[in-house]
Design a protein around this ligand. Structure first.
Ligand code: 3PG
Length: 309
């Protein structure tokens, strides 16, 4: 009998224990073996761990060409989450490795954090001064995918005016949720007192939130980013914030220029120390177990429904 298929969880930012236990149950029920690499500090640890793995479950962990090359037995990588910009799809495809994500599984967690951060910002980072409320404010949802939809659902409870723009989502889909579609990203920025960013990081979107887009915002606007840092043109964001003293930027993805932002805009800038959007036990369970099931279904039945490469 050959060696057991080895499924590796490689997470720099670990899942909640309940999620790891659930993944283990799925993997062992299929007759496979689970290995765990958490909180690794050196890339070499990842390179060593993937050497005999047939499948890997990751989060924002970087799977580049070197990792793919080191994983000689690898058949599938599942990003337990939405964005897969951390995986070198070309290298994976060239090596015959299937890459999947688990769309939608952590989107409520991210959307809830949007509102946690918005309240923290609207109440002046809890510094005791008089803040503002979300009720009645115009929120523009920049990209109407799984997270954007959940943001709209929660914004309704706050009685906000909700607008959305999505390059791929048809206007009818946005209208079906009782949300106002905007015809262009420019209109969205012109109309929104709060912009919630949900675009993925792709060659087209990198640095796309730039000075010319920010200049369209009304005075005193807030931007909340729970998507990716590299969709922001960071030097142009600094320029815009210097020219617009009422603008606030709050983010769940620490910018490269975090120290500069903190020093220049201590009352208008906030970043979580580590991306927290999907860091709930519910999201970990949803995304982690979905990843485990997708791996089993792929290895046993060849189902590649969530393949992205
Ligand atoms: C995602 O793309 O699913 C989110 O950014 C969550 O990323 P994380 O799993 O690293 O928290």
């Amino acid at each position: 009998m050959g060696a057991l298929m080895k499924i590796l969880i490689a997470t720099d930012k670990p899942f909640a224990k309940i999620a790891v236990d659930g993944i283990r149950t799925e993997i062992e029920a299929a007759g496979f073996e689970l290995a765990l690499l958490e909180k690794y500090t050196e890339k070499q640890q990842l390179l060593d761990a993937v050497a005999d793995a047939n499948a890997i479950i990751i989060r924002s962990d970087i799977i580049d060409a070197e990792v793919i090359a080191a994983a000689k037995e690898l058949k599938i990588v599942v990003r337990a989450g939405a964005g897969y910009d951390n995986v070198d799809l070309e290298a994976a495809t060239a090596a015959g490795v299937c890459v999947m994500n688990t769309p939608g599984q952590n989107s409520n967690a991210v959307a809830e954090l949007v509102f946690g951060m918005l309240i923290y910002s609207a109440r002046n980072f809890f510094n005791g001064t008089s803040g503002t409320e979300l009720k009645g404010k115009r929120i523009g949802i920049h990209a109407y995918g799984n997270v954007g939809r959940n943001v709209a659902r929660i914004a309704k409870g706050f009685e906000m005016e909700i607008f959305a723009y999505d390059a791929y989502c048809r206007e009818e889909d946005i209208k079906a949720d009782d949300v106002e579609p905007t015809c262009s990203v420019k209109t969205l920025y012109q109309d929104s007192e709060i912009v919630s960013v949900h675009i993925p990081s792709t060659p087209e979107t990198k640095k796309s939130i730039n000075r010319s887009l920010l200049d369209l915002l009304p005075k005193g606007a807030t931007m909340v980013n729970t998507a990716r840092k590299d969709v922001i043109n960071e030097p142009e964001l600094v320029e815009y914030m210097e020219a617009n003293p009422g603008f606030k930027y709050i983010t769940d993805i620490m910018p490269s220029n975090h120290e500069e932002m903190l020093q220049k805009f201590p009352t208008r800038y906030f970043s979580t120390p580590k991306k927290m959007g999907a860091q709930t036990s519910e999201a970990n369970v949803n995304a982690g177990i979905a990843a485990a099931k997708q791996i089993v279904d792929f290895l046993v039945n060849g189902n590649d429904q969530f393949k992205v490469n």
